[in-house]
Design a protein around this ligand. Sequence first.
Ligand code: AFP
Length: 326
Amino acid sequence: MKTLDAFLDDSSTDAPLAEVILRLASCCEAINNQLQRGELAGILGSAGADNVQGETQKKLDVIANDMLKDALKACPEVRGIASEEEDEVVGANLDGRYLVTYDPLDGSSNIDINSMVGTIFSVLESGERGSAVSEAEFLQPGRAQKAAGYVLYGPSMMLVFSTGNGVTMFTFDPEQSAWLQTVERVELDSDTKEFAINMSNHRFWAEPMRNYIDDLLKGSDGPRGKNFNMRWVAAMVADVHRILCRGGLFTYPWDARKPDQAGKLRLMYEANPMGLLVEQAGGEAWTDSGKILDIQPEKIHQRVPVILGSANEVMCCVGYHAGSDV
Ligand code: AFP
């Protein structure tokens, strides 16, 4: 099986970009070591603070964020960092070429129950050099991403990423201490019978989403004429991983609990990187009105509604929204 280094060499990935990916992978190995020790490492529970988005930070959110920040600052190719857990963008190396955005520990409510979590990353290129990094450099549409991916901390640790030429998967072999390629090219089925949504929010959704889900639930007796299964891990990284493995639709829509917020998920740390992976695997990634990767970001912590996964199912869901405001 091919190692990560060999894959990056063989795929002629630009050397500075390959370096960024290797540094991310290596830092995630260290995060995984902390996760593996769990309670024994004293890393569970709350850090006693909220992040810029008003969410309670877990100790491990803070630890993983600091580990990634230190690892990326030490990489000469990285010019700046934007993290879900940082208020502002963080400067790294003035002459670095790449900007990295990340969600250090996605699915953090799963940490204390010893369930799946992950790190999501996105790499953009900056045209600037020499000056201090600015937020404006990061505000590029998802289609401009040079690489995107995630590390899933599950029963085995996996690295899944794309540099714009398909999606590949690596599994970490603890015996060899190496990432080995286990799926060369991910191909997502266009049709599915599985969806992922937090059903407890049903009454808060806009009518088009409620109608779509209600029709899925009617199964073979309803307009879709087939029965659907549902899964929800509460960690986007794990839900998207399942979809890349066996198809499905994932959505986190706008809801009336926070009417002024476009959605729950973050464009630059979650929707864009996952959107690139899903599109590169042959799927679709939309808000309720357009493709995620075409959005021109207005701020780094921007939120969006997300509908992604198997192409025909995503387009069916988007079709329910056609002509409505949400
Ligand atoms: P964190 O970024 O705080 O870990 O939240 C994870 C997440 O944004 C996403 O990964 C899940 O799909 C979603 O939250 C789960 O949200 P609910 O708890 O509302 O179902």
